[in-house]
Design a protein around this ligand. Structure first.
Ligand code: ADP
Ligand code: ZN
Ligand code: ZN
Length: 671
């Protein structure tokens, strides 16, 4: 070996790797360096783990082994995958924080940062006008100017760094976000702009790429893993300065981060549904405080958490109270469905008719796909449920089958009750497919389209429908969530919520909040450009406060009651939660695991904490897995975290074979 000049760093002979797998106990493994390719921190490498070879992340390196570690036990790396460093030390630190906060492995956290594209979603991009609409950038209103001023103010150490644009739908939040971004870009800082998962919000993405051109990059769920990686590296190199995307974009490796924007902060898609179950808002707060970047959120219906923080002055609230493009807040009328026949009330039908006569457009919203909602025998009470899940099957008439929305299992619906043979059995309740049929029957002269997960499977069909609607080629657009969010169509006069209470009965303390927010958001699609917007909210519970307050657009009133209730019932945001869910093919194994965990938890919880359960999850079986859970609850996250770590540590020392344990910190979904 040639002699090296003194002071040269020694060659790294050993590397520490983490893997994207749930592990018990130790999760960092050390390997010898002799591999093809050049190893280094922040690269990925194939390495033997147990009997297999796996992809791991190199998070550490050393020239010498600590004395207690024997060289002879170490295996060599097989192959270094990356020529270029993928994760820098800041990314690794952030992953370590995610792992600590969300109680998962560092490898699991790193792999969430460059999502593998396990889930693919549709991405809708609106065609830019061929003439290239020289974008007319509006003059800001006084409220917008004031908000922008606060967000962009030069400030000292103690100036606020968390802001909330609280503005009614259509009040020009996007324009403030764009200007704030522009100001930061001018200072050579970078910006991350988060939008909800749902495809339609890519209207925003388009606006950003129109305004910032090649400085902007969009990350979305329709991208292949390799394209995402290419984008990641391009961002890392500093060519991209503003990144738009759903929750995982919060990890985008931009240089000199100056601002993180979270549009529609209340949206459920900011919380990950698989490990690590991180919330983009939480990660954004962390990244912001690490890098000195500001965080600006926005919504017409903030989450209860954000509302409370604004009340306490921990987030600076900036109000936008007026619609700016000629619209006004629509009139919102609740209509009882209690004694109605069919699913459209006279009031709603009358307004659809009137809207058509005015040459304007209607959106009908129902948060339920399919035709019939659940199969029920009036003679013996039998219900047709999924073979693999404890949920009802939904009748999809166009396919002639009853389908499980959780696992996809389907059957041809029985004519007579399979249990007692009675003919008094069939589907009740309704979904979008049935509404479509009723609307077509009632209004044969209207051009009608339905959009939901069933009609938009074909690539490009969603986009085509939306373009058509935008250009006036459709009179009535009907659908699920997809029509509820972010749409900005001038021609819409009427919004009809077919059944507002679909989510109200769910056993989840956020049911009222979600219902409230959904109604306000859907209602916000009406009257954006003309002052005669109208919203009809059909409901079986016309006196429920979530519904009456939404219809009155009494947003502060809703939060006041809701927060008082949460406080009384000791639920977030007054407490923090950690949920453990055991999943197993055998109910008895899941039960046993949860009982053992409860026994471990009891003595380890601090006095101010408690736990709910163990209990069967509201959806007791999904895809053949029996589900049981425990909710740990405590006013402070610090105390809860330490307890949960201790509990998990003890739990993992025992053996519950064929049980998978999910950990969810700050759970959003309790079903
Ligand atoms: P929000 O995000 O608050 O729901 P948007 O950003 O979608 O609202 O704005 C609604 C409409 O108002 C958009 O068409 C936008 O171009 C327009 N707009 C925004 N700011 C102004 C302004 N200062 N003057 C006129 N129109 C504006
Ligand atoms: Zn029966
Ligand atoms: Zn199922």
């Amino acid at each position: 070996m040639p002699l090296k000049p003194p002071g040269t760093p020694p060659d790294m002979a050993y590397f520490d790797l983490v893997f994207d797998i749930p592990l018990q106990g130790n999760e960092v493994f050390t390997y010898r360096a002799d591999a093809k390719g050049e190893a280094g921190v922040g690269k990925r490498a194939m390495a033997p783990l147990g009997k297999r070879e796996r992809l791991g992340y190199i998070i550490g390196e050393k020239a010498e082994l600590p004395p207690q570690m024997g060289e002879e036990n170490l295996k060599p790396l097989r192959r270094v995958v990356d020529g270029e460093v993928i994760f820098d030390q800041d990314d690794i630190n952030l992953a370590q924080w995610v792992a600590g906060y969300y109680l998962c492995g560092v490898g699991e956290a790193l792999s969430a940062m460059i999502p593998s594209g396990r889930r693919t979603g549709a991405y809708v991009s609106f065609q830019d006008d061929p003439e290239g609409i020289a974008e007319n950038i509006p003059e800001l209103s006084e409220e917008q100017i004031r908000a922008l001023g606060e967000i962009s103010a030069e400030g000292g150490e103690n100036s606020p760094s968390l802001f909330y644009l609280y503005g009614i739908t259509g009040s020009g939040k996007t324009e403030v976000f764009l200007r704030a971004a522009e100001a930061l870009l001018k200072k050579n800082k970078s910006v991350i702009y988060l939008v909800p998962e749902i495809s339609l919000t890519h209207q925003t993405a388009e606006a950003i790429s129109r305004r910032f051109g090649p400085l902007a990059a969009t990350i979305h769920s329709g991208m292949s893993p390799s394209v995402r990686l290419t984008e990641w590296v391009r961002i890392r190199r500093g060519a991209v300065r503003i990144v738009v995307g759903p929750r995982s974009a919060v990890f985008a490796p931009v240089r000199d981060l100056g601002l993180i924007i979270i549009d529609e902060e209340h949206d459920g898609s900011y919380k990950s549904g698989n490990t690590p179950r991180y919330h983009a808002r939480q990660v954004a707060m962390r990244r912001g405080s690490l890098s000195g970047a500001r965080l600006v959120m926005g919504s017409a219906t903030p989450s209860a958490e954000a509302w409370k923080l604004m009340g306490e002055g921990l987030i600076r609230r900036l109000d936008l109270t007026r619609r700016l493009s000629g619209g006004a807040t629509p009139e919102i009328v609740p209509v009882s469905l209690e004694h109605a026949e069919g699913c459209l009330t006279e009031a709603l039908k009358g307004e659809i008719h009137k809207t058509a006569l005015l040459g304007r457009q209607t959106i009908l919203f129902l948060n339920r796909r399919g035709f019939g909602y659940f199969y029920h025998c009036r003679n013996c009470g039998y219900e047709l449920t999924c073979r693999n899940c404890s949920v009802s099957l939904t009748y999809h008439k166009s396919r002639g089958r009853a389908i499980c929305h959780y696992c996809g299992y389907s059957v041809i619906p029985p004519r007579a009750c399979p249990h007692c043979g009675s003919l008094e059995a069939g589907f009740t309740g309704f979904g979008t497919e049935m509404i479509e049929e009723e609307v077509r029957r009632t209004f044969p002269e209207l051009r009608i389209r339905r959009i939901d997960a069933d009609t938009t499977e074909k690539k490009g069909s969603l986009r085509e429908t939306l373009e058509l609607f935008k250009s006036g080629g459709i009179d009535l657009l009907l659908g699920t969530q997809m029509v509820a969010k972010g749409l900005n169509f001038p021609g819409v006069r009427l919004v009809g919520v077919v059944l507002a209470d679909t989510g109200l009965h769910l056993p989840d303390f956020r049911a009222a909040e979600r219902t409230f927010s959904l109604i306000v958001q859907v209602a916000g699609r009406a009257g954006r450009y003309f002052p005669d917007g109208k919203v009809i909210v059909q409901t079986l519970r016309p006196r429920d406060p979530a519904i009456t307050r939404a219809c009155a657009l009494d947003i502060p009133g809703f939060y006041e009651t809701e927060l008082a209730q949460r406080e009384a019932l000791k639920f977030p945001p007054y407490t923090r939660l950690i949920r453990f869910t055991a999943r197993s093919r055998e109910a008895a194994r899941a039960d046993k695991a949860m009982e053992r965990m409860a026994a471990i938890a009891r003595p380890l919880l601090p006095p101010e904490a408690d736990f709910l359960g163990p209990a069967e999850c509201p959806i007791g079986i999904i895809a053949g897995n029996h589900r049981r859970h425990i909710l740990l609850r405590c006013p402070s996250m610090g105390a809860l975290h330490s307890a949960a770590r201790a509990i998990l540590g003890r739990y993992k020392k025992g053996r519950d074979t064929q049980v998978y344990m999910e950990v969810d910190v700050d759970p959003v979904n309790l079903l």
